[in-house]
Design a protein around this ligand. Structure first.
Ligand SMILES: Nc1nc2c(c(=O)[nH]1)N[C@H]1C(S)=C(S)[C@@H](COP(=O)(O)O)O[C@H]1N2
Ligand SMILES: [Mo]
Length: 605
């Protein structure tokens, strides 16, 4: 098919599209702030509920865990005390006092207690983890439901932090009323989440990924030093005797007649198992299930279908969080109840002494940590653009590396999700309504900018281009996913028609719809790397699941770029522009959500 160009010079055409984004004067990086009330399209703040868990058809509040735990502990204490009266139990405890073997006999290093590197890493670890965990909760609150199915079908969650999706708001043929994923987000208390406010997933992610990298580096150094120095013997079980010893320790603790504290040189069975699980199982699992949530990984390895899908990964990721919280709580309780001053001397000063200096240093460290804890949310809300800038500078490139693998996975018809969550702010311009009413007969897609042959393609012309169909996974930044079949025109075919100039680096997709920003109105748009346009799976879709695209899902045209998260897939596409840089567009961050919600512009994870 031949499509006639509108003008021979691509460059002069650019400015008319840019004008769609005119948003007045830009603010300095220090002047921008998150204004609760105007944030995220002024959706009213709605707070998370305490998580409930589905058991069969009933939803049970996790608050029940408190009385259940207390009752369970009381019964366990009574039982353990009774058991210790029996001769066979006394023999068992005598045979397995708690500490399996004596690792200090193997490794001289251990005999001298905790080395300085270990003590410092222990401190860094808790600081990094507290930000990681709080920002992680904030990310969860942006889609406050956990499922085991990749389609995230409403009603199929196993954990939720808000009421069910209103039944009368799931009809996607009434798009104005439909419950969007954004409607579903909830806020957290600011001392708990970072930064607390509803739908601040973009900011929370900079904290989560930033501290994740620090935590992983700290962990990698820790692994290396553990093995180099032989300290690993403290926390790796070296014989099956660890099991009876753990049981013995548990009975001794529960009977409230504690075993001797030998933690300086020799952990008991329960400690060995708990530390081993935390360091060598939970931590790597957190990393792995984090990666499994990346669209780029799923689209490379075909994981949207099967047991490694993002929803299973979110569930396991959450289970690791629960383990870590329980571990930290128990660890702290034990530090306090098994000889606080001794224990603090071990981990703070590295000596087996009774110095009060250890307590002083510990209290100072805790005060600093509490101050950091309390500052994180207010600082983020006051300086969101700084948080984003620091995030892009430090970890943006690491995230960007994940755009390398080709998103080649496609799925079977049977994998298509029965319900794909809708998201975003609908177009409400008269022009859009008129075009829609006319069945897109008068619609024309403008493609301009740094191209040899700028064109305007009517809906009929687009349909006449080679049609490409794909069944692919969708990953929203908020945490929900789904699989759908998309039919449309490959961007590579469009590129053949318009012939981008060598200077073109980015492709801007302009929507008919406004974004839902704080106070400034503005067109929704997003910029994509030119290299992604040659992927066979990067398409402008006009069909979904075999039917013409509905308004809810982006009629007449929506982008699919399977490298990236869902927010970059502009719906209701009005025009496309090839540019060298996006610095002059909108607020210059590469897209509407990048400008207003502080997302990154490369989002393969
Ligand atoms: N114009 C426009 N496009 C948009 C959005 C939007 O708000 N405006 N939201 C994005 C987000 S966050 C997601 S996850 C996907 C959702 O696509 P779906 O509604 O078809 O599931 O659309 C993206 N495209
Ligand atoms: Mo999204």
């Amino acid at each position: 098919m031949s499509v006639a160009g509108e003008s021979s010079s691509g460059r002069s055409a650019a400015s008319s599209l840019e004008a769609l984004l005119d948003q007045g004067p830009r603010q300095g990086i220090l002047d921008r702030r998150v204004e609760v009330g105007h944030w995220a399209g002024s959706i009213p703040e709605e707070m998370a509920q305490v998580p409930s868990v589905r058991i069969g058809r009933r939803w049970v509040s996790s608050l029940w865990l408190i009385p259940i735990t207390v009752a369970g502990l009381l019964v366990a204490v009574a039982l353990a005390q009774q058991l210790r009266r029996y001769g066979w139990m006394q023999d068992f405890i005598a045979a397995y006092p708690g500490t399996p073997g004596t690792p200090s006999a193997f490794t001289p290093a251990i005999r001298t207690g905790f080395p300085a590197w270990l003590r410092w890493q222990h401190l860094f670890n808790i600081v990094f983890m507290m930000f990681l965990m709080r920002a992680g909760l904030q990310i969860l609150a942006d889609h406050p439901r956990l499922y085991l199915n990749q389609g995230c079908r409403p009603g199929s969650a196993w954990l939720r932090m808000r009421p069910p999706v209103p039944a009368d708001r799931m009809d996607q043929n009434r798009p104005a009323e439909v419950w969007t994923a954004k409607d579903d987000s909830v806020g957290l208390p600011k001392w708990l989440g970072i930064p607390g406010v509803r739908h601040t997933v973009g900011l929370a992610r900079w904290w989560h990924f930033g501290f994740d990298v620090l935590w992983l580096l700290n962990g990698a150094v820790f692994y290396v030093l553990l093995f180099v120095t032989g300290e690993w013997r403290r926390i790796v079980p070296q014989s099956w005797e660890v099991l009876p010893n753990a049981l013995s320790t548990a009975v001794q603790y529960l009977s409230l007649d504690f075993p001797a504290n030998e933690g300086f040189t020799n952990y008991n069975g329960l400690q060995v198992i708990a530390y081993f699980t935390t360091v060598f199982i939970a931590a790597p699992l957190a990393f792995a299930t984090g990666l499994l949530q990346a669209p780029s990984i799923a689209a490379r390895f075909g994981l949207d279908h099967g047991p490694f899908n993002e929803q299973v990964a979110r569930t396991v990721h959450f289970a690791v969080l629960v383990w870590m919280v329980v571990f930290i709580a128990m660890h702290t309780v034990m530090v306090f109840t098994t000889g606080l001053v001794d224990n603090l001397n071990h981990i703070v000063l590295g000596t087996d002494t009774q110095s009060y200096w250890a307590v002083v240093v510990y209290v100072i460290a805790m005060v600093v940590i509490a101050a950091l804890w309390l500052a994180a949310s207010p600082v983020t809300l006051r300086y969101p653009a700084v948080v984003r800038r620091v995030g892009v500078a430090t970890i943006g490139w690491i995230k960007g590396l994940m755009e390398r693998p080709h998103p080649s996975a496609t799925y079977a018809e049977a994998d298509i999700s029965p319900y794909l969550w809708p998201n975003g702010t609908l177009p409400d311009s008269e022009r859009y309504r008129a075009l829609q009413a006319g069945g897109w007969a008068d619609y024309a897609l403008r493609i301009e900018g740094l191209v040899e042959n700028p064109v305007s393609l009517t809906y009929a012309q687009l349909l006449a281009l080679p049609k490409h169909e794909q069944i692919t996974g969708h990953h929203c930044i908020q945490g929900w996913t789904g699989i759908a079949k998309w039919g449309g025109v490959r961007m590579s075919d469009i590129c053949e028609i318009v012939r981008p100039l060598p200077s073109a680096q980015w492709v801007v997709f302009y929507s008919f719809a406004e974004g839902s920003g704080p106070s400034t109105e503005g067109r929704f748009y997003d910029c994509h790397k030119i290299a992604h346009m040659s992927e066979p799976t990067t398409i402008l879709a006009y069909e979904m699941n075999g039917a013409p695209l509905t308004e809810a899902h982006g009629a007449p045209l929506r982008l699919r770029n399977e490298h990236e998260l869902g927010f970059k897939m502009v719906k209701w596409v009005e025009a496309i522009e090839f540019v060298e840089s996006f610095a002059h567009l909108g607020l210059g961050m590469g897209g509407y959500n990048e400008d207003h919600e502080y997302y990154g512009y490369r989002m393969p994870i």
